[in-house]
Design a protein around this ligand. Structure first.
Ligand code: PSU
Ligand code: MN
Length: 302
């Protein structure tokens, strides 16, 4: 098989034990070195502490891996020239023997192929501001409309056009629920300023929705569990508004386009908030990973 599933992950899947998929773009392109490797290891530890098995996903030398050992994680974190792979890039990377970190779209696809149903990340990609000019919409959305997976995230990245992204998710038929909130989270911020139609309060309730998805059949779409960063750990909303405006301006001035846009904006925010955006991003990811592990455990209990 083209997919290399680690022994630990394979055994857990076969035995019906909880497994949580983790993406690698956040490690390779979303967080600065050397914090990125520490965070990658810490997130795996968090999953284990909650009684689940972590399955970090990346492509190494043309082979998609579900479950990485420490050496492989180090490559993702530190290797120069490691690519950013969306799902459309996977066949090209496999055939050419390339190495790359997987975005939400590629991670969700590979996780689902391996039989992993739950996945944690920071914030999803979505519809970019200025969409009418650039047509820049993350491939995350289209893939989630066609993949049966539960994604725990802090909403979509606040660098995006959040209401347009919510509208796209509605059009694409992707289920969205706030976790413990009726507000859609704003990645660095606890509240994006937009409501959600549904609220789930416990991991058991999330597992119940997943069972209902399977029982109903229909299009194999995802479930987005939007879990806000705790208010005390969010980025100061005024600072966020100010620096984001400058970041978007710089992105345009420097002519950054395509796959480079999201890493550029995230990096700009880290550098111009004195690391405060990094702390908020990490707080969000940590909370999402913990919740994903609890959902996986609730689902395994039935
Ligand atoms: N969440 C984070 N940091 C990130 C990402 C998510 O906290 O860097 C990544 C995800 O891999 C997501 C990608 O799929 O950003 C979106 O990139 P684009 O907008 O180019 O599709
Ligand atoms: Mn894009």
């Amino acid at each position: 098989m083209v997919l290399a599933v680690s022994e630990e992950v394979r055994e857990a899947i076969d035995a019906g034990r909880p497994v949580v998929a983790l993406e690698s773009t956040i490690i390779a392109h979303g967080l600065p070195r050397p914090r990125n490797l520490q965070v990658a290891l810490e997130l795996e530890t968090t999953v284990r502490q909650e009684g689940a098995v972590p399955a970090t996903i990346a492509v190494l030398d043309g082979r998609p891996h579900v479950g990485l050992d420490k050496e492989q994680l180090e490559r993702v974190a530190n290797e120069d020239g490691i690519r950013k792979l969306g799902h459309r890039d996977l066949p090209l990377a496999v055939a050419s023997g390339a190495s790359g970190a997987t975005t939400v779209s590629a991670t969700a696809l590979l996780a689902a192929r391996a039989g992993v149903r739950i996945f944690a990340t920071g914030g999803l990609g979505g519809v970019h501001r200025e969409w009418t000019l650039t047509q820049d919409e993350s491939a995350d959305l289209g893939l989630l409309a066609r993949t049966r997976i539960t994604v725990v995230c802090a909403g979509v990245k606040s660098i995006l056009d959040v209401p347009a992204t919510l509208q796209r998710l509605e059009t694409l038929g992707v289920a969205v629920a706030g976790y413990g909130t009726g507000r859609f989270p704003g990645f660095y911020l606890s509240d994006s300023g937009h409501p959600v139609d549904w609220t789930l309060e416990t991991p058991e309730q999330v597992a119940g929705v997943m069972r209902a998805q399977d029982a109903l059949g229909g299009p194999e779409s995802a479930l987005i569990v939007a879990n806000p960063v705790p208010e005390g750990e969010q980025l100061d909303p005024d600072l966020h508004a100010r620096v984001l405006a400058a970041a978007l301006h710089a992105c345009q001035e420097e002519g950054v386009t395509g796959q480079a846009v999201t890493p550029f904006l995230l990096d700009y925010l880290v550098r111009h908030t004195d690391g405060a955006s990094l702390s908020a991003n990490l707080a969000a990811v940590r909370g999402n990973v913990r919740l994903a592990a609890r959902i996986a455990a609730a689902r395994a209990r039935g």
